[in-house]
Ligand binder design. Structure first.
Ligand code: TYM
Length: 332
């Protein structure tokens, strides 16, 4: 079976609606068709400072949210990145075939380091996309289901795979980003020209999976729209309304044109109520199931241990080939 791999950082107390609609929904769909690997990139999380107790809690929380959102360990391999040492091992090798300039051009690094000032950015943050390439290439996947903001990172993984194969012989599958049209980029409700993100300037623009229904509804109902009253899909002139339509389309599965004609002659308030109802209905059982799973952390840890064992079977084979092809002397 063709394979996919993806992950989400455990760097906030909850995944948000962008993570859910941009990634998790597509993973759940993919696991029926693909041999699927989903993991929690805790090593990526520490590229910026993390409180150790929080990181542990958030790693379990992220795993619980994957499961509550529909990842099924009978179909998919679910694991924590730091449990599989091959990720760090392959990252080193890939660091050595990545150009300094090439890494410098990664826009997410530029954005993140610009926020805190380049002097406070860690070397880990700089080399983060190379670790991500290692995450991907270790499992030889055809596809990487992600939101639009990860496109450039998957592109780097493709470049490194091609380069390595060219220099050292066929070793890696060259992967493709699988980006779904609907939900690929969910925007901040208060600032609908920036993507929804855990580091948003105001929490009011953000919907977390773990938010209570009242908060979710309130935030959607106070989403920024615009001065006129026409419900239309127009990213340029009506980013707020367009974002709400896209959220509704992603959650309900109804195509945008159909939504737009259904709201003809109606007011923004109607659209907001429909979006709020649909999102609350979708998130409520996920939140409840997440809390249930977190009630039994030992069971969660057992699932993750089993997943890591399965993941290592594949990862160790790739690393072995890499070490041999690059000329490391084999241990006898
Ligand atoms: P992360 O943790 O920032 O985001 C996880 C997933 O959510 C998607 N996403 C969004 N989609 C739509 N709208 C948004 N506003 C939005 N915000 C986030 C992201 O595109 C992503 O799919 N570097 C990765 C984690 C990673 C990874 C990997 C992913 C590490 N190794 C290997 C795939 C393969 C990241 O920081 O995603």
């Amino acid at each position: 079976r063709p394979r996919v791999l993806s992950g989400m950082q455990p760097s906030a107390d909850s995944l948000h609606l962008g993570n859910y609609l941009g990634a998790l929904v597509n993973w759940v769909r993919a696991q029926d068709e693909y041999d699927s690997f989903f993991f929690i990139p805790d090593m990526h999380a520490i590229t910026v400072p993390q409180d150790p107790a929080h990181l542990r809690m958030r790693t379990r929380m992220t795993a619980a949210q994957y499961l509550a959102g529909g990842i099924d360990v009978e179909k998919s391999t679910l694991f924590v990145q730091s449990h599989v040492p091959e990720h760090a091992q392959l990252a080193w090798v890939l660091n050595c075939i990545t150009g300094f300039g090439e890494a410098s051009r990664m826009t997410q690094y530029k954005d993140k380091s610009a926020k805190g000032g380049a002097d406070t950015a860690s070397v880990g943050l700089f080399t983060y996309p190379v670790l991500m390439a290692a995450d991907i290439l270790l499992y030889q996947p055809q596809g990487v289901p992600v939101g639009d903001d990860q496109r450039q990172h998957v592109e780097l993984a493709r470049d490194l795979a091609t380069r390595f194969n060219h220099r050292f012989g066929q070793t890696f599958t060259v992967p493709q980003a699988f980006i779904q049209k609907e939900g690929a980029r969910i925007y901040d409700l208060q600032n609908p020209t920036s993507k929804m993100s855990k580091s948003a300037s105001s929490p009011n623009g953000l919907i977390n999976i773990m938010d209570d229904p009242k908060t979710v509804a309130k935030r959607i109902k106070s989403a920024v729209t615009d001065a006129d009253t026409v419900i239309a899909h127009d990213r340029e002139n009506k980013p707020g309304v367009t974002n709400l339509l896209e959220i509704l389309a992603a959650v309900s599965g109804t195509p945008i044109p159909e939504l737009v004609s259904g709201f003809e002659g109606k007011m923004y308030g109607h659209l907001k109520v429909a979006v709020a109802d649909a999102v609350v209905e979708r998130l409520t059982p996920i939140r409840a199931r997440t809390l249930e799973l977190l009630d039994d952390p030992a069971e969660l840890d057992r699932l993750l241990a089993r997943g890591a064992e399965k993941a290592r079977e594949t990862a160790s084979k790739t690393l072995e080939a890499v070490y041999a092809n690059i000329g490391f002397l084999q241990q006898t």
